[in-house]
Design a protein around this ligand. Structure first.
Ligand code: BTN
Length: 229
C-alpha cells in the first residue's frame, strides 16, 4: 500500500494540517521536519524541534465499528515499537498510547477520529518520535531520544521511512499487548480529581485496563483514566 505523501520543512501541527485535507476523502501521510505548535493529548503541547519524526496519517473507513476504535491506537503503537526494535531499542507501551524507553517517553501518539453514526469514518493518527531532536530542560527527566537511548547518530529520514513502512503493515492486537509495560507494577490512575493507587494486571483485547485496587479488580477505558507510572 503506497499512500499519498506530503512533506514540509515546518508546519504548526501535522495533525492540524492533515485535518484540512479530510474533504478530499483520500488517504494521506503528512510529515514535517519540525512543528511550531505540536499538539499532545489532553490539550498539552508536544515539543517538536528539528531532529524528530513528526507525522500524521489520514485514513478513511467504509465499515469500522466505533467499538473497535482501540485497534487504531494499537496498530500505531505497535508500528512505533517495531521501528524502535529494529534499531535495537527495547520499548514498552505505557497504556494506552505512550512509548517509553528506560522509564522515559520516546514517542507520543494523538488520534483524532471522525464518526458517522456508530462507525469511524476517518482517523488521523499523529505520531511524534524523538530521534535526535534537542529536548527542553524541563523534559530531561521525563523524555528521551533514540540518540540518547543508544549513543548513536540517526538519520531522521531513514527512521521516518521505516516508521511509515511499519504503519502501513497490519499489526495484531496480540503484538500490541506484547509491548505493554509496567505489568504487575504499582501505578496511579487519574480519574478526574481522584487518584487511585492500583497494581496493573493486564490490558484486555478491547484495550481496557485491568487493575487491582483496594476495592478489588476494576476495568477502565482509556477515555476514563490516565495512568502514572
Ligand atoms: C502525546 O504524547 O500527548 C501525543 C503527542 C502527539 C504528537 C504528534 S507529532 C505529529 C502530530 N502532530 C501534532 O500536533 N501532534 C502529533
Amino acid at each position: 500500500m503506497n499512500m499519498q505523501r506530503e512533506h514540509f520543512e515546518t508546519l504548526t501541527s501535522t495533525n492540524d494540517y492533515i485535518k484540512t485535507k479530510r474533504a478530499a476523502g483520500v488517504d494521506l501521510i503528512v510529515t514535517a521536519d519540525m512543528q511550531t505548535g505540536g499538539r499532545g493529548t489532553k490539550g498539552r503541547s508536544f515539543s517538536s524541534q528539528k531532529g524528530g519524526v513528526y507525522l500524521s496519517e489520514l485514513r478513511f473507513y467504509e465499515d469500522f465499528s466505533a467499538r473497535e476504535a482501540f485497534q487504531i491506537m494499537a496498530r500505531a503503537a505497535t508500528a512505533v515499537c517495531k521501528t524502535l526494535r529494529f534499531y535495537g531499542i527495547q520499548p514498552v507501551v505505557k497504556w494506552p498510547n505512550d512509548i517509553f524507553v528506560n522509564d522515559k517517553k520516546i514517542c507520543g501518539i494523538l488520534i483524532e477520529n471522525t464518526f458517522s453514526g456508530d462507525k469511524i469514518a476517518s482517523s488521523v493518527v499523529g505520531i511524534g518520535l524523538n530521534v535526535c531532536n534537542p529536548l527542553e530542560t524541563e523534559l530531561a527527566d521525563i523524555a528521551i531520544t533514540m540518540a540518547q537511548a543508544t549513543g548513536w547518530a540517526f538519520s531522521v529520514e531513514e527512521v521516518r521511512e521505516r516508521l511509515i513502512e511499519e504503519l502501513q503493515k497490519p499489526h495484531t492486537m496480540d503484538e500490541y499487548l506484547s509491548y505493554i509495560g509496567y505489568l504487575g507494577s504499582r501505578i496511579t490512575l487519574i480519574l478526574g480529581d481522584e487518584r487511585i493507587p492500583a497494581t496493573l494486571i493486564s490490558v484486555e483485547k478491547d484495550g481496557k485496563l485491568r487493575v487491582e485496587t483496594e476495592k478489588g479488580e476494576r476495568l477502565f477505558s482509556s477515555a476514563e483514566v490516565s495512568l502514572r507510572v
